[in-house]
Design a protein around this ligand. Sequence first.
Ligand SMILES: Cc1cc2nc3c(=O)[nH]c(=O)nc-3n(C[C@H](O)[C@H](O)[C@H](O)COP(=O)(O)OP(=O)(O)OC[C@H]3O[C@@H](n4cnc5c(N)ncnc54)[C@H](O)[C@@H]3O)c2cc1C
Length: 330
Amino acid sequence: MKKKITIVGAGISGLYLAYLLEEKFDVTILEARDRVGGRIYSIDGHDMGPSWIWSHHKEMLQLIQTLGLEIFSQYTQGYALYDTKDKVEHFMPQSSMPSRRVNGSLGSLIDILKKSLKQTNIFLSQVVQSIHHETDKVVVKTQTQSYESDFSIVTLPPRLALNLDLYPKLPEALHVKMANTATWMGHSAKCVIEFKSSFWREQGLSGFAFSHNGPLVEIHDASTATKAALFGFVSSNANMQNFKQSITEQLVRIFKIDPTQILSIHLVDWRDEQYTASFEDRRPLSTHLEYGINTNSYSDKILFSATEFSFKEGGYLEGAILRAQEIAHF
Ligand SMILES: Cc1cc2nc3c(=O)[nH]c(=O)nc-3n(C[C@H](O)[C@H](O)[C@H](O)COP(=O)(O)OP(=O)(O)OC[C@H]3O[C@@H](n4cnc5c(N)ncnc54)[C@H](O)[C@@H]3O)c2cc1C
């Protein structure tokens, strides 16, 4: 009989772990939300969480190819805009590491990954509260159910994992390290604006803009094969009331467009997502952190596998894949 594994969380870490393990183990995934994907989330084919994969993210690129998806390059041709206090300037950015996107959005990768899991049980709306290693089994409890298995793999960002009632208790040093490890992009709010046409391309602009005035501080092209779109990160100081109106005013001012060009505005404020970010994650991060958490001092029956635990490319999708591979070979 196959040994049992309970995976907590159905983000890319949880789903990919199931993909690697379901052949050899009897796998169950418990997910708090009523959807899978975690930080990967698409609305109307637009990526509201991650969208970019870089060329050195080899494992992620391999997974995309294996699942039969195609990639394309981020649109960067033309001038960028710099929205200063009193004027909007054009500039030609220095070339940066080229990023790629998945045709059909990363949400479609999650759909295909989930469909490929033929033997895994996935239970949604199951908020895990405790994980106890008892003599010969691990007991995982949600609000209503109890699940017994041989191992459990927790794929929650480290700060959220600390909300779980764990037995045995985490060693003090590990607890402190996890408490100090921010959820990557848990401080962000991402907005996607759909337009009638990609007017910026026609004007020789890449769609890339920096703004000192906000509410969007950094804007990029987010067009898909069928839709013209820009995405922007929202300033941490932005007033979220009348948000759509402020965004419209900013875009009209920067790009000098007629507001009727705008078809729709989508927003996901990740700071308010209780299954992604903790209160401490609201503090903005100015750079990508040095990620990686060594959990060897803890149990060999309760393992941790979110992207923030990876020493390589931690925080990114690639980090999630690398950590899952490491845990699956454990
Ligand atoms: C706006 C934004 C932009 C980003 N851009 C990029 C990018 O361009 N490129 C890149 O490589 N990365 C990017 N990232 C980071 C990327 O999204 C993450 O690296 C990746 O999605 C992490 O996956 P994960 O499975 O490790 O964690 P998560 O996706 O956070 O998965 C954790 C899962 O656990 C669930 N959960 C939480 N608590 C419980 C509980 N108590 N019980 C049960 N389930 C629970 C959650 O609902 C979630 O499904 C971005 C992230 C955001 C938010």
